[in-house]
Design a protein around this ligand. Sequence first.
Ligand SMILES: [Zn+2]
Length: 224
Amino acid sequence: MARWVPSENHGPRQAILIVLHATEQDSVAESLDTLRSRNSGGRVSAHYLLGKDGDLYQLVDEERRAWHAGAGRWGTITDVNSASIGIELDNDGVAPFPPVQVAALLRLLDDLCERLDIPRTQVIGHADMAPTRKVDPSHLFPWRTLAEAGFGSWPSDARDEPPPGFDPLLALRLLGYATDDSPAAVRAFHRHFRGIDGGVGTLDAEDARILHALTRPRGEAPSL
Ligand SMILES: [Zn+2]
């Protein structure tokens, strides 16, 4: 319908976020089938599947939109599938993540962030962007190990008291969590930053210290 007048001023559409999942299934073989077939519950996929032994499978081209995130949001990102790379970790949802699998994940994250120019802080869990529906990759996922390698967000160990008037729920929102259902958002935060599963979903004083450390502007000196 239009006259084609090509411009050279363009580049590839790129992911700006990485979402980590646990398959919550029993084997790589089962997940390869789920991620490549027409499921009764609807078709799903991910860019990568990482086995417990560190074996890495790619199922979808990085420039294509895989169907891993579903409804939800992170910060201002409302169409997470369009904006992200999805990585499924072979994990039944209750077992810890073996060191060999975590080491392979760190290599993959390093490669993805380097090649695709994704900020290293932009690594989250499925439950972080869909707290009312999802719990993966579970409270056992080693977020601290990822942070020590430079991925995702993690508070410093030296945490001072937040100033008077500090609003922890607002900080949770600034971090990226949707707080429409605030108990669900708090439970997702607890799984990610405190390794706690379940609970009533209310913020305590330690949460406030963690949220203050996470959302303090970069370079700002700790208050006395
Ligand atoms: Zn998931």
